[in-house]
Design a protein around this ligand. Structure first.
Ligand code: NAP
Length: 296
């Protein structure tokens, strides 16, 4: 039986395969539900089996779409990301939409199993590595789309090449802002490199103050502000609207290298448009993930 949502969207994404990271909660889960409602085959990436299976059951039931799958991956681990890319390529012959959405905010400097500062590892390097590992499949599936979830916090970010991983001093907002600016620089550089391939790359801000788990465990001023504003925040479904739009709308078919807010193109910070910074960040990221810098 079709769900009312599925009927409303009329299977607009039937036959499309979408991979979504951070699909256990918040904006990622709402994006998975939205695309499943449109009839897409959705592959949800989660690091925790319990949370992953709970979200999987919720989306299957809510969308009445049986083509929803779960793959377990800790996106702070490059070995895990490589395993995910292999597992995905073994299971699926095509990839129409990759949504890089998983993100963290940390109060203190923590390092990943690879010894990389956690915010930089999950919010930026995981986007970079997973995308690079899936590029061949995305190109073979063209027209296909890459959607990177950034944040308006990109405006407060700067790429500190002298201390990318906050070894000299850690500040929550600085690390988060840098990672969200990195999402945009990565998207713009990727779009330039993908010109003529039929694979688009766009990024977005989901809207300020979406009620999710992000920042819930953060202490200090940042965490206090997040918790104080929680009752006023918008729903994850509202926060997922621009991700779903970029993943599925015919209005953006062929459009690449854009930053979107509320389903409309917007201007990101001046630094995000600096091509030298984008190229340098690409090279450093390639080195940190062992991807050939000229993979593209
Ligand atoms: N909420 C907002 O107001 C807001 C505003 C601007 C931008 N954003 C962006 O929106 C995106 C989604 O965040 P959200 O607000 O929906 O937050 P959220 O509810 O905390 O969701 C984050 C997702 O990322 C996953 N994740 C975190 N670390 C991971 C890891 N190492 N491996 C695998 N998955 C991991 C989480 O999994 P677990 O369930 O296992 O923790 C969760 O599914 C982020 O990129 C964020 O920067 C959010």
């Amino acid at each position: 039986m079709e769900s009312p949502e599925r009927e409303k969207h009329g299977g607009a994404m039937d036959e499309k395969v979408c991979l979504i990271t951070g699909a256990t909660s918040g904006i990622g889960k709402a994006t998975a539900m939205g695309l499943a409602n449109m009839g897409a085959s959705v592959v949800m990436v989660a690091r925790d089996r319990g949370r992953g299976e709970a979200a999987l059951a919720e989306i299957k039931e809510g969308s009445a779409n049986a083509s929803v799958d779960l793959m377990l991956t800790d996106l702070s681990s490059q070995e895990d990301i490589r395993r995910l890319a292999d597992e995905f390529k073994d299971a699926y012959p095509r990839l129409d939409v990759l949504v890089n959405n998983a993100g963290v905010i940390r109060s203190k400097r923590v390092t990943s199993a690879d010894g990389i500062e956690m915010t930089f590892a999950v919010n930026h390097l995981a986007y970079f590595l997973l995308t690079n590992l899936l590029l061949d499949l995305l190109k073979a599936s063209a027209p296909s789309r890459i959607v990177n979830v950034s944040s308006a916090e990109q405006r407060n970010g700067t790429i500190d090449f002298d201390d990318l991983q906050a070894e000299k001093g850690y500040k929550t907002a600085k690390a988060y802002g840098q990672s969200k600016l990195a999402n945009i620089l990565f998207t713009y550089e990727l779009a330039r490199r993908l010109e003529g391939t039929g694979v688009s790359a766009n990024c977005l801000h989901p809207g300020a103050g979406v009620r999710t788990n992000l920042g819930s465990g953060v202490s200090g001023v940042f965490g206090f502000t997040v918790r104080a504003l929680t009752p006023l925040m918008k729903s994850p479904e509202k926060g997922a609207e621009t991700s779903i739009y970029l993943a599925s709308s015919p209005e953006v078919e062929g459009l690449s290298g854009g930053y979107f807010v509320k389903k409309a193109e917007a201007r990101s910070s001046d630094e995000s448009h600096d091509e030298r910074i984008a190229r340098r960040l690409w090279e450093v990221s390639a080195e940190l993930t062992n991807v050939p810098a000229h993979n593209l």
